[in-house]
Design a protein around this ligand. Structure first.
Ligand SMILES: Cc1cc2nc3c(=O)[nH]c(=O)nc-3n(C[C@H](O)[C@H](O)[C@H](O)COP(=O)(O)OP(=O)(O)OC[C@H]3O[C@@H](n4cnc5c(N)ncnc54)[C@H](O)[C@@H]3O)c2cc1C
Length: 291
């Protein structure tokens, strides 16, 4: 199918984009990498009157360390993140997860901001943002605001973004020493959206878990943090038993849906296994030995 007719505009700056979004309101739609929007247009599941193509705004594409965060511009291609030695060194969880996003062709066009703004319930990057407590920076005609993942992700394919908002930057906090991270997932084929994915962060203090974070994708309307299991892990010894118990507890509290690709019970079972693997891997990467 072909898209319904629309007007195409290509602003050259953030200010021009904000003016266009304010002018067109809910009739306007931002085009970034187009990897999610264009299929929706072609299937006529989205019928915006005006497409606001932000690909010409070079100032929105960057990877830059500032103070204790890595700042990633919303228009940064997923492939640029994957190829960045800075990301690999400074935010290894993002680097590890992004290679699960589709295929190289998709990542060459797809953007970090587009993936987060689209908020697919099985996407990898929302879980990474949730696990790292990233800040999502949004510009609107009334100014700039930084949202936590809990504030930003609002449900199935839904975020706190208003039609007049532009996601401009994502700030990933740099993790302290003796912290390990891991991203693991199960998909039907390599490059498919995750049936279940898990992002884990573990900070170690000698043989003890000082702090742990777990975020799932594919098991709810958006990324799901396992706060109960995180609380149990903090202060515990880094043993296989502790990680397995926490992973089981986290998975038991999930409420995924059954659909043609997987039943809810299958997703919970896979989530328990993946959470244990991710926690153990993150622990090992923090320098801990699993007993
Ligand atoms: C075959 C295929 C396989 C894929 N597999 C995966 C996968 O395994 N995992 C995964 O996570 N994704 C996958 N994707 C989706 C891909 O990651 C997309 O790149 C991503 O979802 C959207 O990014 P985009 O830059 O292409 O955004 P677009 O498609 O251009 O836009 C998506 C939505 O976000 C909005 N938007 C974009 N940028 C902004 C912004 N800066 N501010 C406000 N709103 C904005 C748009 O208006 C639109 O509503 C796949 C896509 C395809 C085609």
């Amino acid at each position: 199918m072909k898209p319904a007719p629309f007007r195409y505009v290509a602003p050259r700056s953030v200010d021009e984009t904000l003016a266009l979004l304010a002018e067109h309101g809910a009739e306007g739609k931002i085009l970034a990498g187009g990897q999610s929007l264009v299929p929706l247009l072609n299937m006529r599941l989205a019928r915006p009157q005006v497409i606001v193509d932000i690909n010409g705004i070079r100032s929105l594409a960057y990877i830059r360390r500032k103070d204790d965060h890595l700042h990633v511009g919303a228009l940064t291609r997923q492939r640029a993140v994957e190829e960045s030695a800075t990301v690999r060194r400074q935010v290894p969880l993002l680097w590890e997860a992004i290679r699960f996003v589709g295929h190289p062709q998709i990542r060459t066009r797809g953007t970090v901001g587009g993936s987060l703004a689209h908020a697919d319930p099985s996407a990898e990057l929302p879980a990474v943002a949730a696990a790292l407590d990233a800040e999502l920076v949004v510009r609107s005609p009334s100014g700039e605001r930084a949202l936590s993942p809990g504030e930003f992700f609002a449900g199935y394919l839904t975020t706190a973004l208003e039609p007049t908002d532009l996601l401009t930057e994502i700030r990933f906090p740099l993790l302290p020493e003796r912290t390990g991270t891991a991203f693991v997932e199960v998909a039907r084929r390599h490059g498919d959206f995750a049936l279940v994915g898990v992002a884990a962060v573990v900070r170690r203090s000698d043989g003890t878990i000082a702090e742990a974070r777990l975020a799932f994708t594919g098991v709810g309307p958006g990324p799901v943090r396992a706060r109960g299991a995180e609380g149990r892990l903090a202060g515990s010894a880094g043993t296989s038993r502790v990680f397995a118990d926490a992973a089981r507890e986290a998975a038991a509290r999930l409420d995924p849906e059954s659909e043609i690709h997987a039943t809810a019970q299958y997703r919970r079972d896979v989530a328990a296994t993946l959470a244990r693997r991710a926690l153990e891997l993150a622990w090992q990467r923090s320098g801990g030995r699993t007993r």
